[in-house]
Design a protein around this ligand. Sequence first.
Ligand SMILES: N[C@@H](CCC(=O)N[C@@H](CS)C(=O)NCC(=O)O)C(=O)O
Length: 228
Amino acid sequence: MGKLILHGMKLSPCVRRTFAVAAAIGVEMEYKFVDLFKGENRTPEFLEINPVHTVPILEDDGKYIIESHAILSYLVNRYGKDDSLYPKDPFQRAMVDQRLHFETGIFYNRYGNLVIRIYMDDHPKFPQKDINALYESYDYLEKFLSKQKYLAGDYLTIADLCCISSITPAVLFANISEERYPKISDWMQRMSTLPYYEETIGKDNAEYLELLKGILTQKNGSSNIEVY
Ligand SMILES: N[C@@H](CCC(=O)N[C@@H](CS)C(=O)NCC(=O)O)C(=O)O
């Protein structure tokens, strides 16, 4: 096995999920820090590897894989001791793939529409309709979990490790209460007991939330989410 290098910033939810999956399959990845705030993802060298200028990028023996969802499935396909996190059975795999596409196409989009305002706007305020859209995506997740323990069935898969990384910061905009979302709450609680959770997801998510609140305080004088 060659050296695996993960290029990224652990403050990014998409980066955190790659470390969670690597830990789940017991694979070491070297962390090569890319400072997005300094534009290190826009250098000619970086753009040569990833024209879309996003992190994470996985480097494996001189080959590069961009897009976290592709990285998660690659890690399990290439280095997993078994296929439990990304089943080879076509139906089970389709279940996992659906959740991964849900995360990238629906959930992360809705969360991203909100979080981008913190970075880009002089006085970030958040449209009620965008907050509602995030709640609606929680409704979908609650439904996914209504008859099974994990997002793609009764076993943990990369879909869970993917989604937990973006749901944990999304709570800044839309709270997940036990009353309204009992299944998501229970799932999040179980995810937080994974032995590698704190190191790969929890710790950096807490730091990320503090960073976002700090920017809000700097720009708005308060870390409250102002809705219009
Ligand atoms: N769908 C992509 C999204 C990656 C993404 O948006 N990464 C953000 C950080 S969370 C980024 O690199 N943003 C910098 C940019 O777009 O210039 C993935 O899952 O890898």
